[in-house]
Design a protein around this ligand. Structure first.
Ligand code: ARG
Length: 421
């Protein structure tokens, strides 16, 4: 723990209703004499929030708050990540990572409102989430103390369960599940249990958002997603708000088994971990968004934007959301989206989503230039001069350096070995 805590002080605890954070309510009181205010943030992790709230009060929280942050999450975190095409290590759409700075911001706001001197979260000392919470909280409110009970108490899972039993803390049924799970609108993250062996195929019971492709319909579903400036706004021509749009696509794509990801990733704390994700809506939307960008951005924009996307994904993953670098990258991303307007048609079948059509009023695709049929306006004779200049530097280099090589005419096919000795 950082800094000192006054007696009879208050702490705001990010509360999920799970085992660790439930035990933490009691532990924070016993260990630090703190009165606990719980904060449960709804980022699309469907739950019975009134039961979660009541549970916190029953365990001894002096106040239990629930905030519906789904719209904030979509507007300020998910859609910017979509506009960027953010995928960590090319695979993970960052669902968990994106929710942490939002929860941190709400924790800080409530702490200030309630006059608490500390905030707490349920992260262990091995994961990325502790980094994201602590860095965000420290950045927004360095005066707040941060307590991470599960990082401090040194209890094994079994000891935590015994602690709960001793103190009449209800043990959630999910405790019997071998997996550690985090869910929100943008996806579900699953780790632990049998998944810790990267050679083991994920047992079917880890998947709850996506059907097994062996059980999905033989007939495809088609869906048309309409974008305005990089933001998805319609499904099959109907205007839909961001939260419902993501929910609908999770349902639909999940029912076709789309969005399963199996990733061995590099954590911020230096560990490689095997992670399973289910992200049906994210998979479909990222694919559709990129297809529309392919129509509306130039080759150079696309190439530069890929680099930005990678930087942006790294920044999100490693907990540096509240940074000027985020603002700088966001400014570029936003500016790049001004013509990313149009519609993408996708086909969902047997665990796959594919682009089958795209159109845009700002499309750079020009049929009269692309066509091999009549109506072709591309001046083929201009290619001759172009090719002459384009290839000039390699031609000169080959004549002076490569073709004269003693190793024979084929040596130009292979890279030259460094001299030995
Ligand atoms: N590895 C992912 C990340 O760091 C997900 C972690 C989510 N936590 C969990 N309990 N599965 O963003």
């Amino acid at each position: 723990m950082q800094g000192r805590v006054r007696l009879s002080d208050k702490v705001v605890l990010a509360y999920s209703g799970g085992l660790d954070t439930s035990v933490a309510i009691k532990w924070l009181k016993d260990r630090y004499g703190l009165d606990v205010i719980t904060l449960t943030v709804d980022v699309g992790n469907e739950r019975d929030f009134s039961t979660v709230r009541q549970k916190a009060l029953d365990i001894g929280a002096i106040k239990a708050l629930v905030i519906d942050a789904k719209e904030l999450f979509v507007k300020y975190f998910i859609f910017p990540a979509l506009q960027a095409n953010a995928l960590y290590e090319g695979q993970y759409p960052l669902a968990t990572a994106l929710s942490r700075p939002l929860i941190a911001k709400l924790l800080v706001d409530i702490a200030v409102e309630e006059g608490a001197s500390a905030v707490a979260h349920g992260c262990t000392g091995k994961g990325n989430d502790q980094v994201r919470f602590d860095v965000s909280i420290n950045t927004l409110a360095p005066e707040l103390k941060i307590i991470a009970p599960a990082r401090e108490w040194g209890m094994t899972r079994e000891e935590t369960i015994n602690y709960a039993k001793r103190h009449n803390i209800p043990i959630p049924i999910t405790v019997s599940s071998p997996y550690s799970i985090d869910e929100n609108l943008w996806g579900k993250s699953i780790e632990c249990g049998a998944l810790e062996d990267p050679w083991t195929e994920p047992p079917e019971d880890v998947f709850t958002w996506t059907k097994s492709p062996s059980e999905t319909p033989d007939k495809p579903s088609y869906v048309e997603i309409g974008f305005e400036e990089g933001i998805p706004v319609t499904i099959d021509g109907q205007k839909v708000d961001g939260v419902s749009l993501i929910q609908q696509l999770n349902e639909l794509a999940g029912s076709h088994g789309v969005g399963r990801i199996d990733h061995v990733e590099n954590r911020v704390v230096g560990i490689k971990s095997r992670e399973i994700y289910e992200a049906p809506a994210a998979t479909v939307l990222l694919q559709a968004h990129q297809a529309l960008e392919a129509m509306t951005l130039s080759k150079d924009q696309l190439r530069f934007k890929q680099k930005v996307a990678q930087e942006y994904a790294d920044l999100i993953y490693s907990g540096l959301w509240f940074s000027q670098l985020n603002r700088d990258l966001s400014a570029y991303i936003l500016s790049s989206q001004c013509y990313v307007t149009g519609t993408v048609r996708m086909k969902l079948l047997k665990g796959h989503s594919s682009i089958v059509g795209r159109k845009s009023p700002k499309s750079l695709y020009n049929l009269s230039l692309a066509t091999y049929d009549k109506g072709d306006q591309f001046d083929q004779s201009a290619s001759v001069g172009f090719i002459h200049l384009w290839g000039l530097p390699v031609k000169i280099q080959a004549q002076v350096q490569l073709l004269g090589d003693k190793e024979g005419p084929l040596s130009i096919m292979a890279p030259k070995k460094p001299e030995e000795g």
